[in-house]
Write a protein that binds this ligand. Sequence first.
Ligand code: ATR
Length: 287
Amino acid sequence: MPQQRELFLLAWPAGHSVSPIMQNAACAASGFPARYSAWEVAPAELGAAVRRLRDPDVLGANVTIPHKQAVLPLLDELTPAAHAIGAVNTISNRSGRLQGDNTDAGGFLAALAETGFSPPGAQVVLLGAGGAARAVLHALLGSGAIVRVANRTAGKAVQLAEEFSSAGPVSSVGSEELPVAVAACDLLINSTSVGMTVADAEDAELRSPLPVGVMPRQGLVVDLIYRPPLTLLLERAKAAGLPVQNGLPMLIHQGAQAFTIWTGRPAPVAVMRAAVESVFAAGNCRE
Ligand code: ATR
């Protein structure tokens, strides 16, 4: 029997992640002897947790909120994607040396490809300027799209656009010009957390990153949120007759790409999708 290897999700809190179900289904389907477990790691314990990843029985890990940036200086090397994005979501243990990678960008592109959308030359409006926005921006600029970034804190959108300006055509857009930019875009992406909380949001405007009526005339609308599966933004886009995609395909593809990094094998994407969908079908889709 080959030795079972360990995979971890370093998160805080870790309780609601679907990654263990998705990755364990992938390992079982591929006959790969590994076990994936969520590990709740408080920020002060991150150094000790990363040391554990160097042990020979550990294959690697995923890293999520709030550790994606904090983990960078604790690793031995970064892939170009992780370096450009400034965040790591996948770590592999290579004989005690830790390599940090970022599959959020590739996962986003693989999810986008499922819709048939073609990025080269496309006009994109990206809402949000946080960690998720950085991965999406890296992916889109690397694929030839033209991106405008809007954010509640406008200065952060300006900074982000400046930082990525050498990677492709990117600019910030302020709230006054935003409705016109959104109306004309081919792709609208929400990378903010607005729409995630279902509770205490009686006021519909607090559940959508855009005012009612601000919508692409004919573009695709992508929300990176998957809890709830249909955010108010996507509901409104559907009602306007627009194609939509939520965050589940990106979740599945970032996991699939991580699986391949760890195992060197093609990921059983259909199995991973079915595992994720069974969790959501069971109604466990609320934080
Ligand atoms: P993530 O890693 O998921 O991207 P993050 O880095 O904390 O998380 O970024 C959260 C994003 O959601 C930011 O763009 C944030 O806007 P600010 O930079 O102005 O904080 C955005 N966001 C969060 N709550 C928001 C709200 N109530 N209205 C508008 N934008 C919001």
